[in-house]
Design a protein around this ligand. Structure first.
Ligand code: FES
Length: 278
């Protein structure tokens, strides 16, 4: 027996599977999550691309605020004070981001993330668009062939992202200082920008540590948890975080945009930083 779906695609039912002729029997608004995901992810990609290539308003010298999209700033195009790790390259052409050494890895980390994969496969490729909704593609090879087999590199991106999270933490610690523009003296300082950088770093750590690869690194391939009590403890803790990975994925999209946007406003002198301790 053959089946024609309401999309017009001929699809014989697999052996032993029910012969359902509709694309889906769901009557709820199943299309809403993929639509919201598509809008959210597209907004982030557009914003991050524009800001990474903007080339200005990324550092507030007085309060040591460095936008996460510019860390580490290691080219001669960077403001010297923003180059916490020194300047390794000459001037950057306009089409390359100043944080060239970190952004490709962070992009790779997010693109290959288990959650984002589900999210953008559904949102942009309808593969499938939702649970119990047939996808339009006639063939399915999963992630067994090029290019999607490269998704397996996720664990390697994780190691680099972990190191970059340490760097973001260092940037955040530096933001607990303020430098007097007249005397040049540096002392403890705290402003709204510091708090945003702090919240962003906490979010980045939650996202990074709740990664499925991180969970596997700590507790995977163990035959006897009882022989590895420390790893078992770590694994159970990270497993709890892991259940919130989707939440942290979206939370960090929000905190990254918010932190960068605030630094941009203060750095461009559009607004003054709200100081709590000067
Ligand atoms: Fe999402 Fe690793 S960052 S699974």
């Amino acid at each position: 027996m053959t089946t024609t779906h309401d999309s017009g695609t001929y699809r014989p039912p697999a052996p032993g599977r029910p012969d359902i002729r509709q694309r889906t029997l769901r009557t709820d608004r199943w299309w809403l999550p993929p639509l919201a995901n598509a809008l959210g992810l597209a907004t982030f990609v557009v914003y991050a691309t524009i800001r990474s290539l903007w080339g200005s308003a990324y550092y507030v010298e007085e309060y040591h605020y460095l936008s996460p999209f510019y860390s580490p700033c290691v080219s001669a195009s960077c403001i010297p004070e923003a180059s916490h790790l020194g300047q390794w390259f000459g001037e950057m052409p306009w089409f390359l981001p100043y944080a060239l050494v970190s952004l490709p890895f962070l992009l790779g980390f997010r693109l290959t993330c288990y959650y984002y994969r589900k999210s953008y496969y559904r949102a942009f490729w309808s593969s499938p668009p939702a649970c119990a909704v047939a996808e339009p593609h006639a063939k399915y090879s999963g992630e067994t062939r090029f290019p999607l087999i490269l998704q397996n590199a996720h664990r390697y991106f994780f190691y680099v992202a972990f190191a970059i999270s340490i760097l973001n933490t260092y940037d955040m610690v530096l933001a607990f200082q303020s430098t007097d523009p007249v005397t040049g003296e540096t002392s403890f300082g705290l402003g709204l920008g510091t708090l945003l950088l702090l919240i962003n770093v906490i979010g980045l750590w939650l996202y990074t540590l709740s990664c499925h690869s991180c969970r596997h690194i700590t507790g995977g391939r163990l035959k006897h948890f009882s022989k590895h009590p420390v790893r078992y403890k770590l694994w159970t803790t990270l497993s709890k975080l892991n259940t919130r990975h989707m939440l942290f994925a979206w939370l960090t999209i929000g905190t990254l945009i918010l932190t960068d946007f605030y630094v941009m406003l203060v750095a461009s002198e559009t607004i003054s930083d709200l100081r709590i301790v000067n």
